[in-house]
Design a protein around this ligand. Structure first.
Ligand SMILES: [Ca+2]
Length: 326
């Protein structure tokens, strides 16, 4: 077992000793100190250094079902298991913004080849309205500092390839363990913010852009409908919010839960159960974190979902990671 399970106190002591040992090395001084931020070029995303660490990945048996997650989906968060990040890395402090993605498009002349799924305000459902919707016009207004959406996994890879060539550094997507490590923010709670157990949904609007009562009003749907699963609060943003509108977590990272789903480097992989066998399909790629329009049970640290690699959705964007030169 590479990462023993530690209680909070012992984990703190061990991690503190680990950090102290590492601080003596060049790799952990100056620019590679945990929490240090940098930007590799004027058009590049702001990055923050993340230290190694360990945690329990997944949800306990009762969490997902109690949140309203369908049984088949809930199985995919189990069993809980020790996980961790062995090496420090850098991650963008926010999801990639429209302005950052536009720099790539302008330089490469990148042309998406498939329309974007967006909200149909007339039908009150999701659908690709014609072929015009794209990252530059997802069907609603976005500022340059909003997260870019309507980007597929393929688009995300193209952006990362450009960013790596532009900087000479190895940019990439987060992997599944890294994403949940950041999202949990050293917490085993359903959502990583304070509040008595069972009130994370009410507290969400102070910490993330979620599908809230403002969204229900804007989308013209009944938040009390049995299949609604809206957050019972108002965060001020019925659609996407400017990146970084909500406070960063203890790693210095914003918007892991909510705002836009984030493509993560990994394949769809189900666990067996509910009468179905295990399945792995790399044409479906991981997305995590939920979005401005996602049922509350999707917006949890343990929740993982997937989408076809070619899907463009007004709910899905990306975040980047970068290896360090150690
Ligand atoms: Ca919202």
């Amino acid at each position: 077992m590479p990462f023993p399970v530690l209680g909070p106190k012992s984990a703190t002591i061990v991690l503190a000793a680990f950090a102290a040992a590492l601080s003596a090395s060049d790799a952990w001084s100056g620019q590679y100190a945990p929490g240090a931020q940098f930007r590799d070029c004027p058009e590049c995303p702001q990055m923050v250094i993340v230290p190694p660490g360990r945690y329990m990945k997944g949800s306990p048996p009762d969490e997902a079902l109690a949140e309203g997650t369908p049984e088949r989906d809930a199985l995919n968060e189990t069993p809980q298991e020790p996980a961790g990040v062995e090496n420090a890395f850098a991650v963008s402090v926010t999801e990639i913004t429209r302005a950052q993605f536009a720099a790539f498009v302008a330089e490469k002349g990148y042309e998406p080849d498939w329309p974007c799924m967006t909200w149909n305000f007339d039908a009150k459902q999701w659908g690709a309205r014609g072929t015009l919707w794209s990252w530059s016009d997802p069907g609603f207004e976005q500022g340059p500092d909003h997260p870019v959406v309507c980007v597929s996994f393929t688009d995300a890879q193209a952006y990362i390839e450009w960013l790596s060539a532009r900087t000479g550094e190895r940019y990439r997507l987060l992997d599944d363990d890294e994403w949940e490590y950041l999202a949990r923010d050293r917490s085993q709670r359903i959502r990583p913010w304070d509040g008595p157990n069972g009130t994370e949904r009410e507290a969400a609007c102070a910490h993330a852009n979620v599908m809230d009562l403002d969204a229900a009003d804007y989308l013209g749907v009944d938040p009390e409908a049995p299949d609604g699963h809206f957050f019972p609060c108002r965060d001020g943003y019925p659609l996407t919010a400017p990146s970084g509108s909500f406070e960063a977590n203890s790693f210095g990272v914003h918007d892991l839960l909510g705002n836009a789903w984030e493509w993560v480097d990994g394949c769809m992989r189900t666990v067996p159960g509910a009468g179905l066998p295990a399945k792995e399909d790399c044409s479906e790629r991981l997305i995590r974190g939920g979005a401005w329009q996602a049922k509350a049970w999707y917006v949890r640290s343990a929740k993982r979902d997937w989408a076809p690699y070619f899907l463009r959705s007004a709910r899905v964007g990306l975040r980047v990671a970068r290896d360090l030169n150690q």
